[in-house]
Design a protein around this ligand. Structure first.
Ligand SMILES: [Mn+2]
Length: 349
């Protein structure tokens, strides 16, 4: 991964940077911000890490998280946005989204960055943390256990603990290098990915009992209502990784989790197990993400939102270059040859 010289230069020149990412930051957004903050502080800069909406309790084990601020204290000479590409999405106080301060963007989501910002967008990176690791090396920041822990958190979050296809040889080599600095891999995976409260476990049981599966499309989904949250004493924060239980269903190509987070506001998480691009669905509703993991939020009732989004997902799933073995008639599914013929027969003229 080649780090653009202009990015290194801009970071070398700044003295009072503010680092942030998208709201409700997960392990990659937060780990990347904290790792870069530790690195820039080692170079003598006065760094603020700002998340207006605060940080989920899950991440309290990350080094430096106790220093995260909800507000910005001037002076500020650079805004650094990680794991997101516009000031609008960044978890900054409104006033600072409009402030005339130079802006630097580091992101691995394929997207068009904010106008006027200096941006490094690397869609091939598994995580923004992988970019930050390369950046810190380019800036000759000495690696420490603390920085390694934050970067490791970023890697395991976005690769699903080295489960997804973005787990490249490079990612594993970086992870191995980070473990060499004393990162505890079990503590990281337990606390950042797997752990949930007993109340959240009750919510998970509800979510699973409401799950539905459309075998024809290989589409598995579930919806959590405001009532579910209220009756289990949980919040949206507790639903992290829930969508993966839907994704795990045998024969599921796409999993969708709906969460009614306020009356009339539904958050949607989409995951693809095959090469279906669910980010195209998320974008239809003003969201975004990666081809295999995307999200959006919609105004409307839970019932109507479920229907709208599932219709959009089914139209993506019915594209002829995604032949579904499940949808094949039993006779045609028997050999690869007959399946290929069937697929060709489905191509629109
Ligand atoms: Mn990320």
């Amino acid at each position: 991964m080649r780090v653009p010289e202009a990015i290194v230069e801009r970071l070398r020149q700044c003295r009072h940077p503010v680092l942030t990412a998208h709201s409700n930051p997960e392990g990659d957004a937060l780990g990347s911000a904290l790792a870069l903050a530790l690195g820039l502080r080692a170079l003598g800069k006065r760094v603020q890490v700002v998340f207006r909406g605060g940080i989920s309790r899950r991440y309290r084990v990350l080094p430096g998280v106790e220093g995260v601020q909800k507000t910005v204290t001037p002076p500020v000479d650079l805004l650094v946005l990680l794991d997101c590409h516009t000031k609008e999405r960044a978890d900054l106080p409104r006033k600072w989204k409009r402030a005339k301060v130079p802006c630097l963007i580091l992101d691995h989501h394929p997207a068009t960055p904010e106008d006027g910002a200096l941006a490094w967008i690397e869609p091939k990176a598994a995580a923004t943390g992988e970019m930050v690791a390369a950046l810190l090396k380019a800036m000759k920041v000495p690696m420490t256990k603390e920085i390694a822990t934050c970067l490791y958190a970023a890697l395991i979050t976005d690769t699903g603990v080295f489960h997804f296809r973005n787990t490249t040889p490079k990612v594993l080599r970086l992870a191995a290098e980070l473990l060499g600095y004393g990162v505890d891999p079990q503590a990281m995976a337990d606390q950042l990915v797997e752990a949930r409260t007993f109340q959240a476990t009750g919510l998970l049981a509800r979510m699973l009992s409401k799950a539905e599966f459309d075998e024809h499309f290989g589409l598995c989904w579930s919806a959590i209502s405001l009532r579910d949250f209220e009756q289990t004493g949980t919040t949206e924060e507790d639903t992290e990784n829930f969508v993966n239980f839907l994704r795990a269903v045998d024969g599921a190509r796409v999993a969708v989790l709906f969460r009614e987070v306020e009356r009339g506001l539904v958050k949607v998480s989409l995951r693809a197990k095959d090469d279906t691009d669910v980010s195209s669905v998320a974008r239809q509703f003003g969201g975004g993400g990666h081809p295999a993991a995307a999200g959006c939020r919609l105004n409307g009732s839970l019932r109507k939102t479920v229907a709208r989004v599932l219709t959009a997902v089914r139209s993506v799933l019915s594209f002829p270059h995604h032949p579904s073995p499940i949808a094949a008639p039993p006779a045609a599914a028997k050999s690869n040859l007959s399946r290929r013929q069937r697929t060709e027969g489905e191509k629109p003229s």
